[in-house]
Design a protein around this ligand. Structure first.
Ligand code: HEM
Length: 551
């Protein structure tokens, strides 16, 4: 046995020596690292515990990576249909599990929350989230706990969200006025709803966070807005990439698409942006103090950056570090903007595809709100059918197809199977919403908000409670996750989604552009950290209220 190993190693060294002579040292190094990885993999396979959950056969080195295509949520759902509710995969050097089963998900997110509530340290988290110094991508630990507490106790409190209600009302009015103008300008060509809904989400978030509106009358100027949009789009894209360097360490040496280089470039540009924002806020605060000293009180409501600049730091320090503030701003922009815009675009696409659903939404709006005033936030609790529409949108098109991937902090047992420490967890919310075992009596591919209606079909539902949009005890829909890492912005996210949809369906009649039939609106998706429609939604709008209400 020893002689055999010595012989194989001698042959490998001789082959590498020849490669180095004939080609280059780097070719020899690349082959050496692949061979080395093969040997490690072989040894690991031999040592591997045998009681792992079932899963597909895997290749040496790459494991199951080659079985994942451009829509990995669909590939993983197919594996669950084949191998059962809990599937094991090896992605390069990383152990991974996936599920789209409510009872396994409940075990992971609630019963074993302590074990599974961490996050993998991906290169995107290192470069684009201040070395995992934020909330969303930070591993479980005291740093994450402190940053999450700041979010919950100082930023996303009910009191602070209520204080921003008038800004949201202003943005909602800006939205309908904007669409009203576009109806006339664009004629039969239709309106690009991705642009409109993206602007609405971005404005709401930046007003609350930074005290600025980026699009519209009070905007910070087209140059800055374009730059901001461009950088944040690059950020979203890079956060969503499945980067092979996270699974195959040697890939980082090659990095054929320069992904890590792009991450570093975007990291620098985003950081410059945040530095500028913090400086502007410090200058404004200094001017405010001067005004206060002179007896001229400034605007009393603080945006999130003002709040963060006023908080004490760790270990008795006077103020929070700039890096911590930047990480939190970044998180909020990334977590809040795209999620609500993507959900709104899907909801509009599905409703326009189903004119019957649009008629029922409008009937409810006309009865709850009437036609001589605009929808306001207090109305949203009474729009139960619209709430069913949002629930159905989350079932079919969850904004985060795998939530944000979790990671186990130690070895554990799940459904009787061994789960190693450091296992990456892909909770497939897209698969869950279309799991035929969960939605047994329904056609899972059909958009049908009525399935969430709390009373039997045909009944009015007066007196029934408010339709909840977050997950219930059955874990059949999971738009915001659950447990320790549950989305802290869920109430705000729901408000932004419902507000935009209520306003747009109350104020306008929607149809597909240029003679297209409703059912021809496509519903193909593209995978990313959030999962938008592959092609932007373009639609025609016709005003349905009196003109003075739009102005
Ligand atoms: C429709 C809108 C939204 C959707 C669908 C959504 C969805 C999600 C999901 C799926 C997660 C991951 C949960 C997990 O990994 O278990 C998450 C995390 C998070 N969300 Fe949201 N979100 C929305 C809006 C917001 C808003 C408005 C904010 C803040 C202003 C926000 C802040 C966060 C943060 C900070 C996290 C990370 C939590 C942690 O890791 O501890 N989200 N969100």
């Amino acid at each position: 046995m020893v002689h055999q190993s010595i012989f194989i190693l001698s042959v490998i060294f001789f082959a590498l020596f020849l490669l180095a002579q004939l080609y280059s040292l780097s070719a020899a190094a690349a082959v050496a690292s692949i061979l080395f990885a093969c040997i490690i993999f072989h040894r690991r396979s031999a040592l591997e515990p045998k009681n792992l959950p079932p899963g597909p056969p895997r290749w040496a080195v790459v494991g199951n990576l080659l079985q994942l295509g451009p829509l990995p949520h669909r590939d993983l759902a197919a594996l669950c249909r084949k191998y059962g509710p809990l599937v094991y995969l090896r992605l390069g050097s990383v152990d991974a599990i996936t599920t789209s089963d409510p009872s396994v998900i409940r075990q992971i997110l609630l019963q074993q929350d302590e074990v599974f509530a961490s996050r993998p340290r991906t290169l995107a988290a290192v470069h684009l989230a201040y070395d995992c110094g934020d909330v969303a991508l930070a591993p479980l630990g005291p740093r994450w706990k402190r940053m999450r507490r700041i979010c919950m106790e100082h930023l996303l409190t009910t009191r602070r969200l209520e204080a921003f209600a008038r800004h949201r009302a202003c943005e909602a009015q800006h939205l309908v006025r904007h669409v009203y103008g576009l109806c006339r300008d664009r004629g039969r060509a239709g309106i690009d709803m991705r642009e409109v809904l993206g602007g609405f989400s971005m404005n709401n978030v930046t007003r609350m966070l930074l005290g600025k509106q980026y699009f519209g009358a009070g905007s910070s100027g087209p140059q800055e807005a374009m730059e901001f949009m461009h950088v944040t789009h690059q950020l979203f894209r890079l956060l969503g990439v499945i980067y092979l360097g996270d699974y195959l360490p040697f890939w980082r040496w090659i990095d054929p698409h320069g992904c890590e280089k792009k991450m570093r470039e975007v990291e620098k540009r985003v950081d410059d942006f945040h530095t500028k924002i913090i400086e502007e806020h410090r200058r404004a605060a200094a001017a405010g103090e001067a005004k206060a000293a002179a007896g001229l009180a400034g605007d009393s409501d603080m945006d999130f950056v003002d709040v963060l600049l006023s908080l004490p730091g760790e270990d008795g320090r006077d103020r929070m570090d700039d890096v911590e503030i930047k990480a939190l701003i970044q998180d909020m922009i990334a977590a809040a903007t795209d999620t609500s815009a993507v959900t709104n675009e899907w909801a509009m696409a599905e409703v326009i595809r189903h004119p019957r659903v649009q008629r029922r939404i409008q009937k409810e709006l006309d009865s709850v709100v009437g036609r001589d005033r605009m929808v306001s936030e207090p109305d949203l609790a009474h729009l139960n059918y619209l709430r069913c529409v949002v629930r159905e949108t989350f079932r079919m098109h969850p904004a985060g197809p795998f939530l944000i991937p979790h990671e186990s902090v130690r070895a554990t047992t799940l459904n009787g199977y061994h789960i190693p420490a450091g296992t990456r967890v892909f909770i497939n919310t897209h698969g869950l919403g279309r799991n035929p075992d969960v939605w047994a009596d329904d056609d899972v591919e059909e958009f049908r908000p009525e399935r969430h209606w709390p009373v039997a079909e045909g009944e009015q539902g007066d007196g029934v409670g408010r339709v909840e949009i977050s997950h219930g005890p059955d874990f059949r829909i999971l738009p915001f996750g659950a447990g320790k890492r549950k989305c802290p912005g869920a109430p705000l996210g729901v408000t932004l989604v419902l507000t935009a949809l209520a306003r747009l369906f109350h104020c306008f009649e929607w149809s597909p552009p240029g003679g297209m039939r409703p059912e021809d609106i496509d519903t193909a998706e593209v995978y990313g950290m959030t999962m938008p429609k592959a092609r932007p939604l373009v639609a025609l709008a016709r005003p349905r209220l009196a003109e003075h209400l739009y102005l």
